[in-house]
Design a protein. Structure first.
Length: 441
Protein backbone atom coordinates (compact mmCIF):
# COMPACT_ATOMS: atom_id res chain seq x y z
CA UNK A 1 0.00 0.00 0.00
CA UNK A 2 2.80 2.36 1.01
CA UNK A 3 4.59 1.51 -2.24
CA UNK A 4 1.43 2.34 -4.22
CA UNK A 5 1.07 5.65 -2.44
CA UNK A 6 4.68 6.72 -2.98
CA UNK A 7 4.63 5.78 -6.65
CA UNK A 8 1.35 7.69 -7.03
CA UNK A 9 2.92 10.72 -5.37
CA UNK A 10 6.06 10.62 -7.49
CA UNK A 11 3.98 10.19 -10.62
CA UNK A 12 1.84 13.18 -9.78
CA UNK A 13 4.95 15.20 -9.06
CA UNK A 14 6.37 14.23 -12.42
CA UNK A 15 3.05 15.07 -14.05
CA UNK A 16 3.37 18.70 -12.94
CA UNK A 17 4.37 20.82 -15.89
CA UNK A 18 7.77 22.38 -15.63
CA UNK A 19 8.05 24.19 -18.95
CA UNK A 20 6.49 27.64 -19.40
CA UNK A 21 2.87 27.23 -20.38
CA UNK A 22 2.13 30.75 -21.53
CA UNK A 23 2.68 31.77 -25.12
CA UNK A 24 5.22 34.54 -25.57
CA UNK A 25 2.64 36.85 -27.06
CA UNK A 26 1.04 37.20 -23.62
CA UNK A 27 4.23 38.58 -22.14
CA UNK A 28 3.62 41.89 -20.37
CA UNK A 29 -0.11 41.88 -21.02
CA UNK A 30 -1.28 40.13 -17.85
CA UNK A 31 -2.12 43.26 -15.81
CA UNK A 32 -5.45 44.90 -16.48
CA UNK A 33 -6.64 48.13 -14.96
CA UNK A 34 -10.31 47.10 -15.06
CA UNK A 35 -9.82 43.84 -13.21
CA UNK A 36 -8.01 45.76 -10.46
CA UNK A 37 -10.28 48.80 -10.21
CA UNK A 38 -13.58 46.94 -10.63
CA UNK A 39 -12.58 44.79 -7.65
CA UNK A 40 -11.58 47.84 -5.58
CA UNK A 41 -14.85 49.58 -6.43
CA UNK A 42 -16.87 46.47 -5.52
CA UNK A 43 -15.04 46.15 -2.20
CA UNK A 44 -14.89 49.76 -1.03
CA UNK A 45 -17.02 52.15 -3.03
CA UNK A 46 -20.30 53.63 -1.96
CA UNK A 47 -20.38 55.76 -5.11
CA UNK A 48 -18.93 54.32 -8.29
CA UNK A 49 -17.98 56.80 -11.02
CA UNK A 50 -15.20 54.51 -12.20
CA UNK A 51 -15.89 52.05 -14.98
CA UNK A 52 -17.85 53.37 -17.97
CA UNK A 53 -21.39 52.12 -17.77
CA UNK A 54 -24.73 53.79 -17.05
CA UNK A 55 -26.43 52.99 -13.75
CA UNK A 56 -29.77 53.92 -15.36
CA UNK A 57 -31.71 51.42 -17.46
CA UNK A 58 -31.64 51.16 -21.25
CA UNK A 59 -34.70 52.68 -22.98
CA UNK A 60 -37.99 50.78 -22.61
CA UNK A 61 -38.31 50.17 -26.35
CA UNK A 62 -35.01 48.27 -26.28
CA UNK A 63 -35.84 46.18 -23.21
CA UNK A 64 -39.25 45.38 -24.69
CA UNK A 65 -37.59 44.30 -27.94
CA UNK A 66 -35.35 41.95 -25.98
CA UNK A 67 -38.31 40.45 -24.11
CA UNK A 68 -40.20 39.97 -27.38
CA UNK A 69 -37.17 38.30 -28.92
CA UNK A 70 -36.76 36.08 -25.90
CA UNK A 71 -40.32 34.94 -25.35
CA UNK A 72 -41.99 35.54 -28.69
CA UNK A 73 -43.16 32.91 -31.16
CA UNK A 74 -39.96 32.79 -33.17
CA UNK A 75 -38.09 30.18 -31.16
CA UNK A 76 -35.36 30.15 -33.81
CA UNK A 77 -34.05 33.28 -32.10
CA UNK A 78 -32.64 30.92 -29.47
CA UNK A 79 -30.50 29.17 -32.08
CA UNK A 80 -27.42 30.03 -34.11
CA UNK A 81 -27.79 32.79 -36.62
CA UNK A 82 -25.57 33.95 -39.47
CA UNK A 83 -21.93 34.05 -38.27
CA UNK A 84 -21.17 37.60 -39.43
CA UNK A 85 -24.32 39.15 -38.08
CA UNK A 86 -27.99 38.34 -37.65
CA UNK A 87 -29.59 39.34 -40.99
CA UNK A 88 -32.10 41.88 -39.57
CA UNK A 89 -29.29 43.60 -37.67
CA UNK A 90 -26.77 43.84 -40.52
CA UNK A 91 -29.58 45.04 -42.80
CA UNK A 92 -30.61 47.90 -40.57
CA UNK A 93 -27.00 48.80 -39.74
CA UNK A 94 -26.26 48.99 -43.46
CA UNK A 95 -29.28 51.27 -43.96
CA UNK A 96 -28.43 53.44 -40.98
CA UNK A 97 -24.72 53.87 -41.66
CA UNK A 98 -25.38 54.11 -45.39
CA UNK A 99 -27.47 57.15 -44.61
CA UNK A 100 -24.85 58.66 -42.29
CA UNK A 101 -22.01 58.08 -44.73
CA UNK A 102 -23.96 58.90 -47.87
CA UNK A 103 -23.09 55.65 -49.64
CA UNK A 104 -24.80 52.37 -50.47
CA UNK A 105 -23.75 49.68 -48.04
CA UNK A 106 -24.18 45.97 -48.61
CA UNK A 107 -25.37 44.38 -45.34
CA UNK A 108 -23.55 41.12 -46.08
CA UNK A 109 -20.12 42.52 -46.95
CA UNK A 110 -19.88 46.05 -45.50
CA UNK A 111 -21.09 45.26 -41.97
CA UNK A 112 -20.05 42.65 -39.41
CA UNK A 113 -21.50 42.17 -35.94
CA UNK A 114 -19.06 41.51 -33.08
CA UNK A 115 -19.09 40.72 -29.36
CA UNK A 116 -18.96 44.36 -28.36
CA UNK A 117 -16.55 46.90 -29.79
CA UNK A 118 -13.85 45.04 -27.87
CA UNK A 119 -13.99 42.04 -30.19
CA UNK A 120 -14.18 44.31 -33.23
CA UNK A 121 -10.89 45.88 -32.14
CA UNK A 122 -9.35 42.48 -31.49
CA UNK A 123 -10.39 41.24 -34.96
CA UNK A 124 -8.84 44.34 -36.57
CA UNK A 125 -5.46 43.97 -34.89
CA UNK A 126 -5.31 40.22 -35.49
CA UNK A 127 -6.41 40.52 -39.09
CA UNK A 128 -4.25 43.47 -40.18
CA UNK A 129 -1.16 43.63 -37.99
CA UNK A 130 1.85 41.59 -39.05
CA UNK A 131 4.87 40.78 -36.88
CA UNK A 132 6.98 43.97 -36.82
CA UNK A 133 4.25 46.32 -38.05
CA UNK A 134 3.82 49.59 -36.24
CA UNK A 135 0.46 50.92 -35.10
CA UNK A 136 0.08 54.57 -34.09
CA UNK A 137 -1.97 55.16 -30.95
CA UNK A 138 -2.95 58.64 -29.75
CA UNK A 139 -2.46 59.14 -26.01
CA UNK A 140 -4.44 59.07 -23.77
CA UNK A 141 -6.17 56.00 -25.22
CA UNK A 142 -8.68 53.30 -24.30
CA UNK A 143 -6.23 50.96 -22.62
CA UNK A 144 -6.85 47.71 -24.56
CA UNK A 145 -5.33 49.03 -27.81
CA UNK A 146 -1.78 48.55 -26.53
CA UNK A 147 -1.96 44.88 -25.42
CA UNK A 148 -4.06 44.01 -28.46
CA UNK A 149 -1.45 45.42 -30.84
CA UNK A 150 1.30 43.61 -28.96
CA UNK A 151 -0.57 40.30 -28.96
CA UNK A 152 -0.81 40.57 -32.72
CA UNK A 153 2.99 40.92 -32.90
CA UNK A 154 2.87 44.64 -33.67
CA UNK A 155 4.66 47.57 -32.07
CA UNK A 156 2.54 50.40 -30.70
CA UNK A 157 3.92 53.87 -31.46
CA UNK A 158 2.47 56.56 -29.22
CA UNK A 159 1.77 60.18 -30.01
CA UNK A 160 0.32 62.42 -27.29
CA UNK A 161 -2.45 64.95 -27.26
CA UNK A 162 -0.76 67.94 -25.65
CA UNK A 163 -2.73 70.31 -23.39
CA UNK A 164 -2.69 74.04 -24.04
CA UNK A 165 -3.44 76.39 -21.18
CA UNK A 166 -7.04 77.63 -21.31
CA UNK A 167 -7.87 81.30 -21.58
CA UNK A 168 -7.68 83.20 -18.29
CA UNK A 169 -10.36 82.22 -15.85
CA UNK A 170 -11.80 79.54 -18.13
CA UNK A 171 -12.00 75.87 -17.36
CA UNK A 172 -9.92 73.70 -19.63
CA UNK A 173 -11.82 71.93 -22.39
CA UNK A 174 -11.02 68.58 -24.00
CA UNK A 175 -10.55 70.67 -27.18
CA UNK A 176 -7.45 72.21 -25.54
CA UNK A 177 -5.75 68.82 -25.89
CA UNK A 178 -4.31 68.72 -29.39
CA UNK A 179 -1.94 66.80 -31.61
CA UNK A 180 1.24 68.53 -32.70
CA UNK A 181 1.07 68.11 -36.51
CA UNK A 182 4.86 67.77 -36.93
CA UNK A 183 5.09 65.27 -34.11
CA UNK A 184 2.22 63.21 -35.56
CA UNK A 185 3.80 63.24 -39.02
CA UNK A 186 7.12 62.09 -37.55
CA UNK A 187 5.49 58.87 -36.28
CA UNK A 188 4.50 57.69 -39.77
CA UNK A 189 7.00 55.54 -41.67
CA UNK A 190 7.02 52.61 -44.08
CA UNK A 191 6.59 50.33 -41.04
CA UNK A 192 3.29 51.98 -40.06
CA UNK A 193 0.38 49.68 -40.83
CA UNK A 194 -2.45 51.44 -39.04
CA UNK A 195 -3.50 54.29 -36.79
CA UNK A 196 -6.15 53.95 -34.13
CA UNK A 197 -8.47 56.93 -33.92
CA UNK A 198 -10.96 57.25 -31.08
CA UNK A 199 -13.29 60.19 -31.50
CA UNK A 200 -15.06 61.06 -29.25
CA UNK A 201 -12.10 60.04 -27.14
CA UNK A 202 -12.16 58.01 -23.96
CA UNK A 203 -10.92 59.25 -21.42
CA UNK A 204 -10.74 63.00 -22.29
CA UNK A 205 -14.03 63.36 -24.12
CA UNK A 206 -12.26 65.09 -27.00
CA UNK A 207 -14.21 65.31 -30.26
CA UNK A 208 -11.70 65.64 -33.08
CA UNK A 209 -12.35 68.62 -35.34
CA UNK A 210 -12.55 68.40 -39.13
CA UNK A 211 -9.09 69.99 -39.38
CA UNK A 212 -7.57 67.42 -37.02
CA UNK A 213 -9.24 64.56 -38.88
CA UNK A 214 -8.03 65.91 -42.22
CA UNK A 215 -4.50 66.01 -40.88
CA UNK A 216 -4.74 62.34 -39.87
CA UNK A 217 -6.46 61.38 -43.11
CA UNK A 218 -3.81 63.07 -45.28
CA UNK A 219 -1.05 61.19 -43.45
CA UNK A 220 -2.95 57.89 -43.83
CA UNK A 221 -3.29 58.45 -47.57
CA UNK A 222 0.31 59.65 -47.99
CA UNK A 223 1.75 56.62 -46.17
CA UNK A 224 -0.88 54.10 -47.28
CA UNK A 225 -1.98 53.39 -43.72
CA UNK A 226 -5.19 51.84 -42.38
CA UNK A 227 -7.43 53.68 -39.92
CA UNK A 228 -9.16 51.75 -37.15
CA UNK A 229 -11.80 54.26 -36.11
CA UNK A 230 -13.30 53.53 -32.70
CA UNK A 231 -16.52 55.56 -32.71
CA UNK A 232 -18.39 53.90 -29.84
CA UNK A 233 -19.36 57.31 -28.38
CA UNK A 234 -20.55 58.73 -31.71
CA UNK A 235 -23.93 59.86 -30.31
CA UNK A 236 -22.54 61.38 -27.14
CA UNK A 237 -21.47 64.78 -28.41
CA UNK A 238 -22.40 68.04 -26.67
CA UNK A 239 -22.88 71.76 -27.18
CA UNK A 240 -24.02 71.32 -30.77
CA UNK A 241 -20.66 69.83 -31.80
CA UNK A 242 -20.67 67.49 -34.78
CA UNK A 243 -19.22 63.99 -34.79
CA UNK A 244 -17.34 63.69 -38.08
CA UNK A 245 -16.67 60.23 -39.47
CA UNK A 246 -13.13 60.02 -40.81
CA UNK A 247 -14.34 57.40 -43.33
CA UNK A 248 -16.27 60.19 -45.04
CA UNK A 249 -13.10 62.19 -45.77
CA UNK A 250 -11.38 61.95 -49.13
CA UNK A 251 -9.44 58.74 -49.67
CA UNK A 252 -10.48 57.27 -46.33
CA UNK A 253 -13.40 54.90 -46.99
CA UNK A 254 -11.15 52.27 -48.57
CA UNK A 255 -8.77 52.25 -45.63
CA UNK A 256 -11.05 52.69 -42.62
CA UNK A 257 -12.91 50.30 -40.35
CA UNK A 258 -15.58 52.02 -38.27
CA UNK A 259 -16.25 50.40 -34.91
CA UNK A 260 -19.46 50.88 -32.92
CA UNK A 261 -21.15 49.49 -29.82
CA UNK A 262 -24.77 48.93 -28.85
CA UNK A 263 -23.52 49.03 -25.27
CA UNK A 264 -22.75 52.74 -25.57
CA UNK A 265 -25.39 53.55 -28.18
CA UNK A 266 -28.32 52.12 -26.22
CA UNK A 267 -26.94 52.19 -22.65
CA UNK A 268 -26.73 48.39 -22.48
CA UNK A 269 -23.03 47.59 -22.03
CA UNK A 270 -23.74 44.10 -20.72
CA UNK A 271 -25.33 42.95 -23.97
CA UNK A 272 -21.95 43.05 -25.68
CA UNK A 273 -23.21 43.72 -29.19
CA UNK A 274 -20.84 45.71 -31.39
CA UNK A 275 -20.17 46.11 -35.10
CA UNK A 276 -17.70 47.03 -37.79
CA UNK A 277 -18.56 48.97 -40.94
CA UNK A 278 -16.17 49.28 -43.86
CA UNK A 279 -15.20 48.19 -47.37
CA UNK A 280 -15.39 44.50 -48.22
CA UNK A 281 -11.67 44.24 -48.95
CA UNK A 282 -11.03 45.01 -45.26
CA UNK A 283 -14.05 43.35 -43.71
CA UNK A 284 -13.42 40.04 -45.46
CA UNK A 285 -10.35 39.59 -43.23
CA UNK A 286 -12.31 40.51 -40.13
CA UNK A 287 -14.79 37.79 -41.09
CA UNK A 288 -11.93 35.28 -41.22
CA UNK A 289 -10.88 36.22 -37.69
CA UNK A 290 -14.43 36.22 -36.42
CA UNK A 291 -15.42 32.85 -37.89
CA UNK A 292 -12.33 31.26 -36.39
CA UNK A 293 -12.77 32.67 -32.92
CA UNK A 294 -16.23 33.50 -31.56
CA UNK A 295 -18.21 32.58 -34.70
CA UNK A 296 -21.19 34.73 -33.71
CA UNK A 297 -22.89 36.72 -30.95
CA UNK A 298 -26.08 36.00 -28.99
CA UNK A 299 -29.00 35.95 -31.44
CA UNK A 300 -31.66 37.46 -29.15
CA UNK A 301 -29.47 40.42 -28.28
CA UNK A 302 -28.79 41.04 -31.97
CA UNK A 303 -32.52 40.83 -32.75
CA UNK A 304 -33.33 43.39 -30.04
CA UNK A 305 -30.57 45.77 -31.19
CA UNK A 306 -31.90 45.43 -34.75
CA UNK A 307 -35.32 46.58 -33.56
CA UNK A 308 -33.73 49.43 -31.63
CA UNK A 309 -32.00 50.64 -34.79
CA UNK A 310 -35.18 50.20 -36.82
CA UNK A 311 -36.92 52.58 -34.42
CA UNK A 312 -34.04 55.04 -34.54
CA UNK A 313 -33.99 54.93 -38.33
CA UNK A 314 -37.66 55.93 -38.40
CA UNK A 315 -37.16 58.69 -35.82
CA UNK A 316 -33.83 59.89 -37.19
CA UNK A 317 -33.12 63.48 -36.11
CA UNK A 318 -36.57 63.82 -34.47
CA UNK A 319 -36.98 64.90 -30.84
CA UNK A 320 -38.18 61.44 -29.76
CA UNK A 321 -35.08 59.71 -31.09
CA UNK A 322 -32.97 58.13 -28.34
CA UNK A 323 -29.88 59.36 -30.16
CA UNK A 324 -31.21 62.90 -29.70
CA UNK A 325 -32.47 62.45 -26.14
CA UNK A 326 -29.52 60.61 -24.62
CA UNK A 327 -26.89 63.31 -25.36
CA UNK A 328 -29.26 66.00 -24.06
CA UNK A 329 -29.69 64.13 -20.81
CA UNK A 330 -25.98 63.41 -20.53
CA UNK A 331 -25.04 67.01 -21.25
CA UNK A 332 -27.10 68.02 -18.20
CA UNK A 333 -25.27 65.42 -16.11
CA UNK A 334 -21.92 66.60 -17.47
CA UNK A 335 -22.70 70.20 -16.56
CA UNK A 336 -23.79 69.17 -13.10
CA UNK A 337 -20.60 67.20 -12.40
CA UNK A 338 -18.42 69.96 -13.91
CA UNK A 339 -20.00 72.45 -11.57
CA UNK A 340 -19.74 70.14 -8.58
CA UNK A 341 -16.03 69.39 -9.17
CA UNK A 342 -15.21 73.02 -9.86
CA UNK A 343 -16.89 74.05 -6.59
CA UNK A 344 -14.56 71.84 -4.53
CA UNK A 345 -11.43 72.74 -6.48
CA UNK A 346 -11.01 69.47 -8.37
CA UNK A 347 -10.69 71.30 -11.67
CA UNK A 348 -12.57 69.49 -14.44
CA UNK A 349 -11.56 69.39 -18.10
CA UNK A 350 -14.92 69.98 -19.78
CA UNK A 351 -15.52 67.12 -22.24
CA UNK A 352 -17.03 67.80 -25.69
CA UNK A 353 -18.25 64.20 -25.89
CA UNK A 354 -18.44 60.71 -24.28
CA UNK A 355 -19.72 60.17 -20.75
CA UNK A 356 -16.37 60.73 -19.08
CA UNK A 357 -14.61 63.70 -17.67
CA UNK A 358 -11.10 64.10 -16.37
CA UNK A 359 -10.38 66.26 -13.32
CA UNK A 360 -7.21 67.72 -11.82
CA UNK A 361 -6.48 66.39 -8.31
CA UNK A 362 -3.52 68.69 -7.55
CA UNK A 363 -5.37 70.59 -4.81
CA UNK A 364 -6.12 67.33 -2.99
CA UNK A 365 -2.56 66.07 -3.06
CA UNK A 366 -1.81 67.05 0.52
CA UNK A 367 -4.32 64.43 1.71
CA UNK A 368 -2.57 61.62 -0.12
CA UNK A 369 1.14 62.03 0.49
CA UNK A 370 3.51 61.17 -2.30
CA UNK A 371 5.83 58.16 -2.03
CA UNK A 372 8.84 59.46 -3.99
CA UNK A 373 10.30 56.19 -5.26
CA UNK A 374 7.09 54.32 -5.90
CA UNK A 375 6.74 52.57 -9.27
CA UNK A 376 3.04 53.30 -9.21
CA UNK A 377 1.97 56.62 -10.74
CA UNK A 378 0.66 59.13 -8.20
CA UNK A 379 -2.85 59.31 -9.67
CA UNK A 380 -3.22 55.54 -9.31
CA UNK A 381 -2.32 55.66 -5.63
CA UNK A 382 -4.64 58.63 -5.24
CA UNK A 383 -7.59 56.80 -6.83
CA UNK A 384 -6.99 53.76 -4.62
CA UNK A 385 -6.76 55.93 -1.51
CA UNK A 386 -9.93 57.78 -2.51
CA UNK A 387 -12.02 54.64 -2.95
CA UNK A 388 -10.72 53.09 0.27
CA UNK A 389 -11.01 56.23 2.43
CA UNK A 390 -13.83 58.21 0.83
CA UNK A 391 -15.83 55.47 -0.88
CA UNK A 392 -15.67 57.28 -4.23
CA UNK A 393 -14.41 55.29 -7.23
CA UNK A 394 -12.70 56.90 -10.25
CA UNK A 395 -9.98 55.78 -12.67
CA UNK A 396 -6.45 57.26 -12.79
CA UNK A 397 -5.60 58.97 -16.09
CA UNK A 398 -2.23 57.17 -16.18
CA UNK A 399 -4.19 53.97 -16.96
CA UNK A 400 -4.73 55.48 -20.40
CA UNK A 401 -1.02 56.03 -21.11
CA UNK A 402 1.65 53.59 -22.26
CA UNK A 403 4.16 52.27 -19.71
CA UNK A 404 6.87 54.80 -20.42
CA UNK A 405 4.48 57.77 -20.36
CA UNK A 406 2.41 56.96 -17.27
CA UNK A 407 4.05 59.69 -15.24
CA UNK A 408 3.60 62.43 -17.85
CA UNK A 409 0.15 63.43 -16.66
CA UNK A 410 -0.27 61.77 -13.30
CA UNK A 411 -2.43 64.26 -11.43
CA UNK A 412 -5.77 63.59 -13.10
CA UNK A 413 -8.57 61.10 -12.52
CA UNK A 414 -11.45 60.12 -14.79
CA UNK A 415 -15.09 60.14 -13.70
CA UNK A 416 -18.01 58.55 -15.53
CA UNK A 417 -21.14 60.72 -15.43
CA UNK A 418 -23.60 58.32 -17.08
CA UNK A 419 -25.21 57.97 -13.66
CA UNK A 420 -28.54 58.60 -11.97
CA UNK A 421 -28.97 62.00 -10.36
CA UNK A 422 -28.87 60.37 -6.93
CA UNK A 423 -25.46 58.83 -7.68
CA UNK A 424 -24.04 62.14 -8.86
CA UNK A 425 -25.48 63.89 -5.78
CA UNK A 426 -23.91 61.25 -3.51
CA UNK A 427 -20.55 61.89 -5.22
CA UNK A 428 -21.04 65.61 -4.68
CA UNK A 429 -21.78 65.04 -0.97
CA UNK A 430 -18.54 63.08 -0.56
CA UNK A 431 -16.52 65.79 -2.30
CA UNK A 432 -18.14 68.63 -0.34
CA UNK A 433 -17.53 66.87 2.96
CA UNK A 434 -13.94 66.18 1.96
CA UNK A 435 -13.39 69.80 1.06
CA UNK A 436 -14.79 70.96 4.43
CA UNK A 437 -12.53 68.55 6.31
CA UNK A 438 -9.58 69.97 4.40
CA UNK A 439 -10.29 73.59 5.15
CA UNK A 440 -11.28 73.12 8.82
CA UNK A 441 -8.49 71.04 10.36
N1 LIG B 1 -13.79 51.49 -27.29
C1 LIG B 1 -13.86 52.42 -26.35
C2 LIG B 1 -13.24 53.76 -26.62
C3 LIG B 1 -14.50 52.17 -25.14
O1 LIG B 1 -14.54 53.12 -24.19
C4 LIG B 1 -15.09 50.90 -24.92
C5 LIG B 1 -15.80 50.54 -23.64
N2 LIG B 1 -15.41 51.20 -22.51
C6 LIG B 1 -14.99 49.94 -25.94
C7 LIG B 1 -14.34 50.27 -27.11
C8 LIG B 1 -15.56 48.56 -25.77
O2 LIG B 1 -16.92 48.56 -26.05
P1 LIG B 1 -17.85 47.28 -25.82
O3 LIG B 1 -18.34 47.37 -24.41
O4 LIG B 1 -18.92 47.41 -26.84
O5 LIG B 1 -16.99 46.08 -26.04
Amino acid sequence: EIFKLTSFLSLSLQAKMSRPVQAQRLEGTDKNIWVEFVKLAATYSTVNLGQGFPDFPPPDFLKEAFVRALSGENHMLHQYTRAFGHPPLVKVLAQFFGKLLGRDLDPMTNVMVTVGAYQALFCCFQAFVEEGDEVIIIEPFFDCYEPMVKMAGGTPVFVPLRPKAPKDGKLMSSADWQLDPAELASKFSERTKAIVLNSPNNPLGKVFSRGELELIADLCVKHDVLCISDEVYEWLVYDGKEHIRIASLRGMWDRTVIIGSAGKTFSATGWKVGWTVGPNQLLQHLRTMHQNSVYHCATVAQEAVAQGFQRELELYGKPDSYFVQLPKELQRKRDWLVQSLDAVGMKPIVPEGTYFLVADISKFKSDVPDVPDSDEPYDSRFAKWMVKNKGLAAIPLSAFYSGAHKNNYNHFIRFCFAKEEATLKAANDILQKWKQEKTSP
